[in-house]
Design a protein around this ligand. Structure first.
Ligand code: C5P
Length: 398
């Protein structure tokens, strides 16, 4: 329930993506938001108000002269009740109206009269999106503080392909959730590692581990929500990249090491969450090892991988370094000794049995001020608390 208690006015304007707004209402309500739908006249030609009424559980407004509003001030009443006005899909015509402050129907009047933030998810043909008039309008809206979500690129309803697709409903919800988070890391650059590494033995076999990558991905998302520019160097996992995060996919520890060194110079914060293999086969084979014919099982010589976190912490002007310690016993002792040996200010410790692979976890933060156990929670909630602590430590470094 990421949007519990939030009142959202959802504006739907005319475009084929209006059908996706129905799913959007469902997802917003599933996160605990109450949703008041306001449609432009054109939108009602794509999807009927009955659909939105059924999904939102509220009557839909589209007419400025709706007799159901006693005061005839629907534009004021609706905007004063809302935490956010979200318009999805936002047509090219609606963006043009917004940019010029036109108020010739209920939704545009509401947008002009609002005293809450406005987020819009454009949806239109690629040529319309790239038209200089639309580019101008979007730039004006950005300058006015309107948040533009997307659009995505890809196949379009008109049969063409290019930029202008509305973001998927789940992505819009994620953006809205992010919008409500405190901007603890605004203007900061955060570099993370996440997931396992895979150390090749031969072309089809390797050494890896059961790290799911979920904690690292949750921290990447939380850092992005907090306003940071986030680069996520990720080992092989099957997770979707959090919206707005730049992912650098890698396979082995050496690749992860190289990718981190390519990006670390710009970083204010480095969070090493990856479960990096300590050793790799000394000589990976280019041909597959054959089973037959050998009396003895083959041996694999291993060599030590670089300790990425310790190296970054030892740079001349290092970013704020945060490590992880996943242990199966004596957590406090091992975490604290890791913190000291790697010379890092903050380490997050967890017991493997508490959440190595699942969606929730139990974390204890160790820093110069001692131990801070966080209550058991989802990985995203823990990630937000860790980001909060990182924000505090950054402030103190100034
Ligand atoms: O030494 P240990 O692997 O237990 O330390 C864990 C912490 O160090 C994690 O933050 C992990 O991402 C980081 N690490 C690293 N490079 C390695 C090994 C661990 O960055 N080769």
């Amino acid at each position: 329930m990421e949007l519990a208690g939030k009142r959202i006015v959802l504006g739907v304007t005319g475009g084929i993506a209006a059908y996706k707004a129905a799913e959007l209402v469902r997802l917003l309500r599933a996160e605990g938001a109450s949703v008041q739908v306001v449609m432009s006249d054109a939108a009602t030609h794509f999807v009927t108000p009955v659909t939105f009424q059924a999904l939102s559980g509220k009557p839909v407004f589209s007419d400025q002269w709706d007799p159901r509003v006693a005061s005839n001030m629907a534009h004021i009443d609706l905007s004063r009740e809302a935490h956010t006005l979200l318009v999805a899909p936002a047509s090219a015509d609606f963006l043009a109206k917004l940019a010029h402050g036109l108020a010739d129907d209920l939704l545009s009047t509401l947008a002009l009269a609002r005293d809450c933030p406005l987020l819009v998810a454009p949806a239109m043909n690629r040529q319309m999106w790239e038209n200089p008039a639309t580019r101008r309008n979007v730039a004006t809206l950005r300058g006015d503080g309107v948040v533009i979500l997307g659009p995505a690129s890809g196949d379009q309803a008109c049969g063409e392909s290019g930029p202008g697709r509305m973001l998927e409903p789940a992505e819009i919800v994620a953006e809205l959730v992010a919008h409500f988070q405190p901007k603890r890391l605004a203007g900061r650059r955060v570099l993370l590692t996440a997931g396992p590494t895979f150390e090749a033995i031969d072309p089809v076999r390797g050494i890896t581990n059961l790290s799911s990558g979920r904690m690292g991905y949750a921290i990447a998302r939380a850092a992005r929500e907090a306003g940071a520019e986030v680069t996520l160097v990720s080992g092989p996992v099957s997770l979707a990249c959090p919206p707005g995060v730049t992912r650098v996919p890698v396979t082995s520890a050496l690749e992860m090491h190289a990718a981190v060194h390519r990006h670390v110079r710009d970083a204010d914060v480095f969070v090493a969450v990856a479960a990096v293999a300590d050793y790799r086969p000394a000589r990976p084979l280019t041909e597959k090892i054959k089973k037959g014919g050998q009396a003895q099982a083959p041996t694999i010589d291993l060599v030590l991988n670089p300790d990425i976190l310790a190296e970054v912490a030892a740079l001349p002007d290092p970013p704020l370094c945060v490590g992880f310690a996943a242990e199966s016993e004596r957590l406090a002792e091992y975490a604290e000794s890791k913190r000291r040996s790697k010379k890092i200010p903050l380490i997050a410790g967890n017991l493997i049995q508490d959440g190595f692979a699942g969606d929730s976890n139990r974390l204890i933060l160790f820093d110069d001020e001692g131990q801070h156990p966080l209550p058991p929670a989802s990985k995203l909630q823990l990630a937000r608390q860790l980001v909060e602590r990182i924000g505090q430590l950054l402030e103190r470094r100034r």
